[in-house]
Design a protein around this ligand. Structure first.
Ligand code: AQP
Length: 329
């Protein structure tokens, strides 16, 4: 079986973008692949977090991933900081990653523009920690949204460079980007991706928003001054809504266009809101049940981390040995 690895940051409740671009696909892969999923809390420290929030969001995200359908009998689910090899391998890889390469990362440029008072070394080296996450598990496939493509390229380059010098240590991973939903856009500024850290809550749908909130946010979604529900260049807002509706209903884009031919944007937005609220309802309900059972959650992430430590430890030791570091006896 091939290996799959992916992670998500506990920086808040995930958005519909995180869900359609990544999380929704994770359970679908667990029949065919050996899947390893992580709540990447170390990554979230690159932006200042309130400790109590971080703790709550991390546990909540474990519950949410289970609610999305990750089955701990089939997949490994763990919290990144429970496996020290992530930070350790990241250090080794930092020494094989160039300043120039990291300076070109668009996420670094975006986030440092957003937080000019906290452009820390962790934010700069974020893609190296991500490379370590993936390479530790010898992942073949990494299911992520389109925004992570550049970081994936870097992970491949660094792995290839390391292997080129020291022999085959890391498997070279491929990104697994969904055809649909790879880039869900903001409901308020549809040229920007939907992001959970947007200052405007109307820009995103959170997985735990209730049906009324979802409906209200879609009704307020920015569209255009025409009145035609068709997918066309220049209609960013409508294109985004069509894409969302098409994914959650399983209808093709022409089917959606046909369904709303002659209807106004108001009707369309309501239909999108209702379809999304309905699609997220089971996730919301299962999540509420899971959160009541803290012992079960602790059991899942504790066992997950134990298994992850064993796999990650092997790769890390191999890398150390190749580099000439003396291994503890
Ligand atoms: N808008 C999006 N459309 C499709 N996929 C998306 N992803 C994120 N936004 C979209 C995918 O979600 C996965 C987990 O993302 P993350 O938690 O690592 O953080 P992120 O990519 O930085 O997402 P956010 O929502 O923008 O978080 P903040 O605001 O905290 O920076 C990844 O696979 C990502 O591709």
């Amino acid at each position: 079986k091939k290996n799959v690895f992916s992670g998500i940051q506990p920086t808040g409740i995930p958005t519909l973008g995180n869900y359609l671009g990544a999380m929704r696909n994770w359970p679908l892969l667990q029949e065919e692949y050996h899947c390893i999923y992580s709540v990447v809390d170390l990554h979230s420290l690159t932006v200042r977090q309130e400790p109590a929030n971080l703790r709550r969001q991390t546990l909540s995200l474990v519950a949410l991933l289970l609610a999305c359908g990750i089955n701990p009998e089939k997949s490994l689910l763990f919290i990144q900081s429970h496996v020290p090899a992530h930070a350790e391998l990241a250090w080794l890889l930092n020494c094989y990653t160039q300043f120039g390469e990291l300076s070109r990362m668009t996420q670094f440029k975006d986030k440092s523009a957003k937080h000019p008072d906290n452009i820390n070394a962790g934010l700069f080296c974020y893609p190296v920690l991500m490379a370590a996450d993936i390479l530790l598990y010898q992942a073949d496939l990494v299911p992520v949204g389109a925004d992570q493509k550049q970081h994936m390229e870097l992970a491949r380059d660094v792995a290839g460079r390391f292997n080129g010098i020291y022999g085959d240590v890391f498997r070279i991973p491929e990104p697994y980007i969904p055809k649909d939903g790879a880039r869900v856009m903001s409901l308020q500024e549809p040229a920007k991706k939907m992001s959970k850290s947007d200052e405007n809550p109307n820009a995103y749908i959170l997985l735990l928003d209730d049906a009324d909130t979802i409906l209200r946010k879609f009704r307020r979604a920015v569209t255009d001054s025409e009145a035609e529900v068709v997918c066309r260049e220049g209609k960013d807002g409508i294109n985004n809504l069509i894409s969302i509706y098409s994914i959650v209903t399983g209808k093709t884009v022409p089917e959606v266009e046909h369904e709303f031919a002659g209807k106004g944007y108001g009707d369309f937005k309501t239909a999108v809101g209702e379809a999304v609220a309905e699609a997220l309802r089971p996730v919301r309900e299962t999540y509420a049940d899971l959160l009541k059972n803290k012992d079960y959650l602790a059991d899942v992430y504790t066992k997950g981390a134990e298994k992850a430590r064993a796999i990650a430890g092997r790769t890390y030791a191999k890398a150390c040995k190749k580099l000439g570091l003396v291994l503890p006896q």
